[in-house]
Design a protein around this ligand. Structure first.
Ligand code: C2E
Ligand code: MG
Ligand code: MG
Ligand code: MG
Length: 293
């Protein structure tokens, strides 16, 4: 099969590389088709709970692809492809609008604040022109309060191009939208520069939450990140919290918000609506209880 003996060494890799390329090409064609057709890409919503006040705070919107034959495809498997091909720009635009529509649907009739929903924004989307227009369009169409829409950018994206990032984040916040720094701790932020970045919330990466129970150091690192955020007057969300004892430890160190399987996995919109209703009812009951006593 090898054309020359000199290429023998590379031969075992060729079929695998070919297979990978074909698979990737198939997936890309499928993704293009899915975007054109609509209906296969769907936002799930994972609750974020205020553990200091035992209240429902909001959701993170997480993309899922209901592929007709492959089943539910994880964003880990198609977001990188969408990034490389530039398809993420169109996908991201739709996510922002879809999340805004969902926020509008979750706005209590007769006023009251809807839950805050955070949408992930990837590097390519952030670098492209038009992100600000997409956000403004979504706000105009749905008439949601800007503060209910949050944009999540990763720490590494922020550090890739600090000047441009600062400028864009400032403009996003000038509209009234909120900003989270995602996966905090996995990048290489210079702590001395962090205070110059415009953002509202620091999301401590799950890997740190996992290591909290391993050692005193693991525990202290989370505490130090949380108190640093407090000094900078930023909120903290602990990501990937799976156990009640982690919730207790985080509450004791003053962390406000928790996202993770301990409360819920990401839910399809209808189930997220039911989850929200349940919490709102619980909060109303508690309010009524206080008033009656
Ligand atoms: P992320 O933004 O850091 O999202 C958190 C991930 O952790 C989600 O994975 C979520 O399902 C998972 N997770 C939450 N709680 C727990 C827990 O208690 N235990 C464990 N083991 N995992 C937990 P998911 O939904 O698979 O998304 C993976 C990544 O894909 C996201 O990481 C984000 O970077 C990206 N992504 C998802 N949706 C979008 C999107 O609409 N646009 C862009 N650009 N990226 C997205
Ligand atoms: Mg995120
Ligand atoms: Mg995250
Ligand atoms: Mg992550």
């Amino acid at each position: 099969k090898a054309k020359t003996t000199g290429r023998n060494k590379a031969e075992p890799f060729e079929p695998a590389m070919h297979a990978t390329a074909v698979k990737r090409f198939d997936l890309e064609a499928d993704l293009r088709r899915a975007i054109a057709k609509g209906g296969e890409l769907e936002l799930f919503y994972q609750p974020i709970i205020d553990i200091q006040n035992d209240r429902m705070h909001g959701y993170e919107a997480l993309l899922r692809w209901r592929h007709p034959t492959r089943g539910l495809v994880s964003p880990i498997d198609f977001i990188p492809l969408a990034e490389d091909t530039g398809l993420i720009v169109e996908i991201g635009r739709r996510c922002i609008l879809e999340a805004a529509r969902q926020i509008a649907a979750w706005t209590p009739p007769g006023g009251g604040m809807p839950p805050q929903v955070a949408v992930n924004v990837s590097g390519r989307q952030f670098a492209a022109e038009g992100l600000l227009d997409d956000i403004e369009n979504a706000l105009r169409i749905t008439e949601i309060p800007p503060g209910s829409l949050k944009l999540e950018v990763t720490e590494s994206l922020v550090m890739d191009n600090p000047e441009r990032t600062v400028d864009l984040l400032k403009r996003i916040m000038a509209i009234g939208c909120k900003v989270s720094i995602d996966d905090f701790g996995t990048g290489y932020s210079s702590l001395s520069h962090l205070h110059r970045f415009p953002f509202n919330t620091l999301k401590i990466d799950r890997s740190f939450i996992v290591r909290m129970a391993d050692s005193r150091e693991g525990f202290e690192i989370v505490r130090v990140i949380a108190s640093m955020a407090k000094v900078l007057e930023r909120d903290v969300v602990a990501e990937g919290v799976e156990e009640q004892n982690q919730v207790t430890a985080l509450r004791d160190m003053g962390v406000e918000f928790v996202q993770g399987y301990v409360f819920s996995k990401p839910l399809p919109a209808a189930e997220a609506t039911a989850f929200l209703e349940k919490w709102r009812q619980k909060e109303r009951d508690r309010g009524a209880g206080v008033a009656a006593s």
